[in-house]
Design a protein around this ligand. Structure first.
Ligand SMILES: [Zn+2]
Ligand SMILES: [Zn+2]
Ligand SMILES: [Zn+2]
Length: 159
């Protein structure tokens, strides 16, 4: 298992490293599956069954009964299935689900945000931040930026 920077996708990794140690690599996103839990009681994403106080919702037909008591047969046509989360014709744990996909995107964005925050090189949009009040360099190079800092902003205890 490897951890990559936020701008790597499964596609870029497969392109860059199709072979690892002379073995053809099979890459798959590990984080997505692991961070996405689905309640087996109410079929909602994001909480475990043990934490669920909701009424049971069927995985297959979205009616309020337990999945194992469902009358919809195992090999029922898609039209008989109903997802409680998005209303589509699939079981509620099917990853084609729009609700699942939205949540996945949300989680990915969250992950990206976290990685950007931890990154030492700040994202471009923060470059315009005001200069710090205390100057960490003893002899700052006389660039235009340092010249623009007013005297009043420099710490009196600096010397
Ligand atoms: Zn639940
Ligand atoms: Zn059912
Ligand atoms: Zn769905």
């Amino acid at each position: 298992m490897i951890v990559t920077s936020a701008d790597e996708t499964l596609k870029t990794i497969m392109h860059k490293a199709p072979v690892v140690n002379y073995i053809v690599a099979q890459w798959e996103a590990h984080v997505n599956r692991k961070t996405m839990i689905q309640c087996k009681n109410c079929q909602q994403w994001g909480h475990a069954t043990t934490n669920c106080n909701a009424n049971p919702v069927c995985l297959k037909c979205a009616r309020s009964h337990q999945t194992k008591g469902c009358l919809v047969p195992k090999n029922a046509p898609e039209s008989e299935l109903k997802c409680t989360n998005c209303g589509g014709h699939h079981t509620a744990n099917n990853i084609v689900c729009a609700t699942y996909q939205n949540r996945l995107e949300y989680m990915e964005n969250k992950k990206l945000e976290r990685q950007q925050r931890n990154n030492t090189t700040q994202p471009r949009k923060f470059r315009e931040a005001p200069a710090p009040a205390t100057n960490p360099w003893k002899n700052p190079p006389a660039t235009q930026e340092t010249q623009r800092i007013p005297r009043s902003q420099q710490s009196p205890s600096y010397m």
